[in-house]
Design a protein around this ligand. Structure first.
Ligand code: SF4
Length: 289
């Protein structure tokens, strides 16, 4: 089987940065690093990091108190994950009295800055994203009660009427065409709508490289990444929309050779939180079929 790998498959710079921060703080395993929820949405990478004493202690949505282990004699440090957190959560984490390091992706930080500054100036801020995703929960915290999350046209239609100025941003991992459609609709109602296309460059690159795979002749697409990873799920959805059989797998073990054996050329891409060792093993396995 011929395998075409997407150019941008795998870690984005924000994920690499968060991992580097956690590793720096772990100091080769001599310190324990607590992350508030998964540092990135990839179980295999989190398992690998746990061997360096990087431990996920918060919950997925950063809503519960951290379950810190009292037994360790090691110095401990709290690291904020790539998706970021709300200002309220930041205050809570800092109140734990442990050293604190922020691994929030700077691209998410830029969105938070736009949400905060506009909410402070009296804007209602519409956020296009998944209301249950930690990034969106963090962003809502910056809107200080003026944030409204929409996922689709129905949500947009259900927004309350706004009497003041309105701004719109996007979660970093959404589809550009959907964001454009929603901003267009909202601007018909609020012609002064201020729009920030905050879908990050890494997401856009992965989505356009996927289209290239189809153009290069991929008959089916294998998307590698965590089932919780928003950008991986989006890639899988995009691949299906191009009328290609799509297989979302976390590792090579998830591949059913029977389901793939009729394809001569398969395109492979991976979410921004998928480590290189998994991508390589999946490609090798597919080539061996
Ligand atoms: S997907 Fe984009 S926003 Fe998210 S960590 Fe990567 S670069 Fe940052």
């Amino acid at each position: 089987m011929k395998v075409i790998r997407a150019k941008s498959a795998g870690f984005c710079w924000g994920v690499e940065r968060a991992i580097q921060i956690a590793r720096e703080e772990a100091q080769g395993g001599s310190r324990r690093v607590y992350t508030d929820g998964p540092l990135i949405h990839n179980k295999q990478m989190m398992d690998a990091l746990s061997k360096e004493d990087v431990q996920e202690v918060g919950d997925y949505q950063s809503s519960q108190d951290l379950n810190l282990q009292e037994s360790s004699s090691k110095e401990s440090v709290v690291v904020v994950r790539a998706h970021g957190i709300s200002p309220q959560r930041r205050e809570y984490l800092k109140s734990l009295g442990l050293p604190f390091r922020d691994g929030t992706c700077p691209d998410v930080g830029i969105i938070a800055g736009k949400v905060k500054s506009h909410a402070e100036r009296g804007y209602d801020v519409v956020i296009f994203g998944d209301p249950k995703h930690p990034e969106v929960i963090g962003l809502l915290g910056y809107a200080a009660g003026r944030g409204h999350v929409v996922q689709n046209m129905e949500d947009l239609a259900s927004l309350p009427p706004f009497s003041g100025p309105v701004a719109m941003v996007s979660q970093s991992t959404m589809f550009t065409h959907e964001f454009q459609k929603l901003t267009q609709l909202l601007s018909e109602k609020y012609p002064e709508l201020v729009v920030f296309d905050t879908i990050c460059g890494a997401t856009k690159e992965r989505q356009s490289d996927l289209v290239e795979l189809v153009k290069e002749g991929a008959e089916a697409i294998v998307v590698i990444g965590g089932k919780h990873s928003a950008n991986t799920r989006k890639l899988a959805k995009l691949a299906s929309s191009h009328d290609r059989p799509t297989f979302h797998v976390e590792t090579a073990e998830d591949i059913d050779p029977e389901a793939l054996k009729s394809f001569r050329t398969v395109g492979v891409t991976a979410g921004a939180s998928t480590p290189e060792f998994i991508i390589r093993s999946v490609c090798q396995f597919l080539e061996s079929l």
